[in-house]
Design a protein around this ligand. Structure first.
Ligand SMILES: NC(=O)C1=CN([C@@H]2O[C@H](COP(=O)(O)OP(=O)(O)OC[C@H]3O[C@@H](n4cnc5c(N)ncnc54)[C@H](OP(=O)(O)O)[C@@H]3O)[C@@H](O)[C@H]2O)C=CC1
Ligand SMILES: O=C(O)C1=N[C@H](C(=O)O)C[C@H](O)C1
Length: 267
């Protein structure tokens, strides 16, 4: 069909990239236009559909973008995202950037792409998680003047294969909360005798077990009562559905930096 959007997927043979390939293939408005991997990937030259478990779709995995695409969805590694962001910037291809664990320098490099092309750089594409970000901001705002003080701890659970910790999503929850409540310290786990807990810190706790696709709990602990806000992924497709919405959204926008809140109408 001529009016289908051509989607390129970066990190095509990874856990997320495979699901992007499958759900793009199943979406009548979308068509796979490129499947990209690193230049050392054992998946190079293989049909992306075979790799993703749906049988051949007639598109091989490559390390360079040679074909025309309307938008790129990236779930790769920081170096892979930096590379594809440069390509997108140069060719003015909208980019949905989902990779986490970037250094501040890598993040700045990726953000530069928004000067010439539409960009979303978001640690979490899920509808539920992005709604929870809004709810957490509201909770933090409402609780910030609680007389007895509020202790905020962020607990995240992910699969044993995850490379970065804490999750990009946990760090973003922390930014939202600190923006509202003013915490200045970010503590990752505790051991020894850290002493009484100061209210000016946010604690992060990264659990890595089995095949967990992602859970985040924000604890607002007070004297006499506690609020736990939890969001749980059941499958990786929750992230992919959001990424596909973001991809469609970006192809209608001019160059600039957009958010998942823009995509989902959560502002
Ligand atoms: N924003 C969101 O909603 C979500 C973000 N993520 C993030 O997405 C990223 C990927 O997660 P996941 O799929 O589980 O990880 P995987 O390790 O399964 O997949 C990453 C893929 O990227 C490939 N890759 C490595 N280097 C490059 C490169 N230079 N160019 C292109 N591809 C490359 C890897 O290949 P090889 O194995 O050969 O190195 C691998 O196939 C992580 O940062 C994760 O945190 C995950 C889920 C949701
Ligand atoms: O690696 C993952 O799996 C995930 N990574 C993202 C993150 O680091 O926040 C998003 C999601 O939680 C799954």
């Amino acid at each position: 069909m001529g009016d289908q959007l051509l989607v390129g997927v970066n990190g095509a043979s990874g856990r997320m990239g495979q699901r992007v390939a499958v759900l793009v293939y199943q979406d009548p408005d979308l068509k796979l236009g490129a499947a990209l991997e690193s230049d050392t990937s054992p998946a190079l030259g293989k049909d992306v559909g075979e790799v993703a478990g749906i049988g051949p779709v007639g598109l091989n995995i490559t390390s360079e973008l040679t074909d025309r695409v309307d938008v790129i969805i990236d779930f790769s590694l920081p170096a892979g995202l930096v590379k594809i962001a440069g390509v997108c910037a140069e060719r003015q291809i909208p980019l949905v950037a989902a990779t986490t664990g970037l250094t501040p320098e890598q993040r700045n490099e990726v953000l530069t792409a928004s000067q010439t092309t539409p960009l979303i750089l978001a640690p979490n594409m899920s509808v539920a998680v992005n709604l929870m970000m809004k709810l957490v901001r509201e909770a933090a705002h409402s609780l910030k003047n609680t007389p007895s003080g509020v202790d905020v701890e962020i607990i995240e659970r992910h699969h044993r294969f995850k490379e970065d910790a804490p999750s990009g999503t946990a760090l973003h929850f922390g930014e939202i909360i600190a923006d509202e409540m003013g915490q200045t310290e970010h503590v990752h786990g505790r051991e020894g005798r850290p002493g009484p807990r100061p209210v000016c810190e946010i604690g992060y706790h990264a659990l890595r077990t089995g095949d967990n696709v992602g859970e985040h709990t924000i604890v607002f602990g007070m004297m006499g009562e506690t609020i736990d806000l939890t969001v749980r992924g059941h499958t990786r497709d929750s992230y992919v559905y959001g990424a596909l919405m973001a991809a469609k959204y970006l192809t209608t926008q001019k160059a600039g930096l957009y958010t998942m809140a823009d995509v989902l109408g959560l502002n």
